[in-house]
Design a protein around this ligand. Structure first.
Ligand code: ADP
Ligand code: MG
Length: 581
């Protein structure tokens, strides 16, 4: 159709395959001579070779592209991983490091790590031995990846805790070539765990103090009743005119021993927060100033006492006698901690405890406080001592020197006043005890005047005495009768009310225990006053419990006497109530 008379077809060969065919046509028959055929065959081979080359180049380019993409993908993991990833020589030089590792070790960039750390063992192991151990363990192990838990030194010298997952890369003969590893920083997790453990321990400690407090309070309260009897009868016996001098001496010893026991139980009650208190609005600076002379005498001349009142300290509401107890105990402790000469500093100032402080110090409540602190430059305390100082009967002092009740009592007083106590102490560096008392908002009050009278006050009025504890009822009646009063007694509130109904006008004073079965002292007083408003009232108790107020706090305006009391105390108090406005 087109007039072709002859043709030749030449295969384009690549390896053993035929890629294509080159066909050439001519207008005349037998157009291709032998030399032309071999020329065309060479041309076809050259063409085939050219196609091969082009194809191979293309394939390589594709392969390279694929490799680049895959590397890129892994690179991203390496760069962005939150875990530190590295490759290092077996001897201890980093070859490759990711940014996370640089960050864990406190460096700005992976480049800095590789440049600056020339000896891993010496530079990032706080103890080079541990790297030697890890490497030996790693090389000796059959398994590939091993986990090691270790501490590492950061660039700034601080330390972190991390898990290291290490793999040894070996050559064909099995010789180690380098290490590859992943490092997981667990410092924060460990710290959080430590923190949790610390808080847990503090909670346990608080619960322990609470239960010791209940125990101590219970014992002290019952013991007080017994002591009341011992003191009362000893005093009555001492007043007998016809006893021998020897007997008089014995009785005085009994009286003295009982006094010491009263002191102990009072401290226990303070620790148990069962001390009955009469809080007043006070200016701490005034209260402390009033105590300085006494405190200086207490600590002796070798020790210098410095008093630094803060400017314009806020008012606090506290029983001033508790400030007395706190400072006496802290100063005696401070003096004992000072070997020969030294200084004790008492300071006051306003202070605010914030949320952060409260979060760090369980038991502290954020708010405004007045800080009262006592600092000494004595021997300080070791950790084990610090852990136990508030426990009653914990003492490091020799027999007869310490009772271990001082700080327990201070602790109880501070808790009773919703305050917070903190100790800062180190062996050889002295001690500071800081007491935070809540700021009192509202009117300033007068500090009360206490009328201590030397001679036993007398009288001839009629007193109704109500007390469910027979020994105390007896002893108080005896004491009051000795003072000249007419005494009616009742061991039950109902009995007392009946007596008032019978002879209301004769009774001048009601003295009642606070905690009694059936009806408490406050309720009894209300009932009696309802029948006969002229009667005066005096409350007595080992502690006030929660019948009158929640935390052993009586109203400021009631008359109160704490058991056990001495004859003189009771007589003076009775006169004071009877003679008062
Ligand atoms: P005591 O003084 O009877 O031993 P405390 O309860 O007052 O009991 O104190 C308990 C312990 O706390 C003391 O024995 C002492 O080891 C330690 N301590 C208290 N205050 C200080 C202080 N300022 N410096 C050093 N140690 C102190
Ligand atoms: Mg002490």
């Amino acid at each position: 159709k087109r007039g072709y008379q002859s043709s030749i077809a030449l295969p384009l060969k690549s390896g053993g395959d035929i890629l294509a065919c080159l066909a050439i046509y001519a207008g005349e028959p037998d157009a291709f001579a032998a030399d032309e055929v071999s020329l065309l065959e060479k041309l076809a081979d050259n063409l085939a070779f050219g196609i091969d080359v082009l194809r191979m180049r293309d394939e390589r380019r594709q392969a390279e592209q694929a490799l680049r993409e895959s590397e890129e993908r892994y690179r991203t993991i390496f760069q962005n991983s939150p875990l530190g990833i590295f490759r290092s020589t077996v001897e201890g030089r980093f070859l490759e490091v990711n940014p996370a590792l640089a960050k864990i070790l406190g460096y700005d960039s992976p480049g800095d790590v590789i440049r600056e750390i020339v000896n891993i063992g010496e530079q990032i192991y706080p103890n080079a031995e541990s790297r030697i151990r890890i490497v030996a363990e790693q090389l000796g192990a059959a398994g590939d990846i091993m986990q090691h838990h270790n501490r590492y030194r950061r660039r700034d010298g601080s330390e972190c805790i991390a898990n290291l997952y290490l793999k040894t890369v070996r050559d064909a003969e099995g010789r180690p070539v380098f290490f590859e590893g992943i490092i997981e920083d667990i410092t924060e997790r460990m710290q959080a765990e430590d923190e949790r453990e610390r808080l847990q321990a503090q909670l346990v400690q608080a619960q322990k103090m609470e239960s010791i407090g209940r125990l101590a309070g219970g014992i002290a309260h019952d013991f007080n009743n017994v002591l009341s009897a011992v003191i009362g009868y000893a005093e009555l016996a001492l007043r007998e005119a016809d006893i021998s001098e020897r007997l008089y001496g014995y009785l005085q010893e009994i009286r003295k021993a009982a006094d010491r026991s009263v002191d102990l139980t009072r401290q226990l009650l303070a620790f148990a927060r069962k001390q009955t208190v009469l809080p007043k609005v006070v200016d701490l600076n005034e209260t402390v100033t009033g105590l300085i002379t006494l405190l200086q005498r207490l600590i002796g001349e070798e020790v210098h006492l410095t008093w630094q009142p803060g400017a314009r300290v806020w008012a606090v509401k506290v029983d001033p006698s508790q400030i007395d107890q706190i400072l006496t105990n802290l100063c005696v402790n401070a003096r004992d901690a000072i070997e020969n000469t030294g200084t004790i500093t008492i300071q006051t100032r306003n202070g605010v405890l914030d949320e952060t402080y409260a979060a760090d110090h369980p038991g502290a409540v954020p708010g405004e406080y007045v800080l009262l602190s006592v600092t000494d430059d004595g021997q300080g305390m070791v950790r084990e001592t610090l852990a136990h100082v508030f426990e009653p009967f914990f003492t490091t002092k020799e027999m007869g020197k310490g009772t271990g009740l001082g700080l327990a009592m201070v602790y109880g007083i501070v808790k009773q006043n919703n305050g917070y106590i903190d100790i800062d102490s180190e062996p050889g560096r002295g001690t500071t005890i800081s007491i935070y008392l809540p700021r009192h908002m509202g009117e300033a009050g007068q500090s009360g005047v206490s009328a201590d009278e030397e001679t036993v006050a007398q009288g001839d009025e009629t007193i109704l005495l109500v007390e469910d504890e027979p020994v105390i009822l007896d002893i108080a009646r005896l004491v009051l009768e000795k003072c000249g009063y007419r005494v009616l007694t009742a061991s039950r509130p109902n009995e007392a009310i009946r007596l008032v109904k019978e002879r209301a006008c004769e009774i001048h004073l009601l003295i009642t225990d606070v905690i009694m079965p059936g009806m408490n002292g406050r309720e009894l007083a209300d009932a009696v006053l309802g029948l006969c408003p002229e009667i005066r009232c005096l409350f007595m108790s080992g502690y006030s419990g929660n019948a009158i107020a929640q935390h052993g706090v009586l109203d400021e305006d009631v008359h109160f006497i704490q058991k056990p009391f001495s004859t003189a105390d009771l007589a003076a108090k009775v006169r004071q109530v009877l003679d008062g406005e």
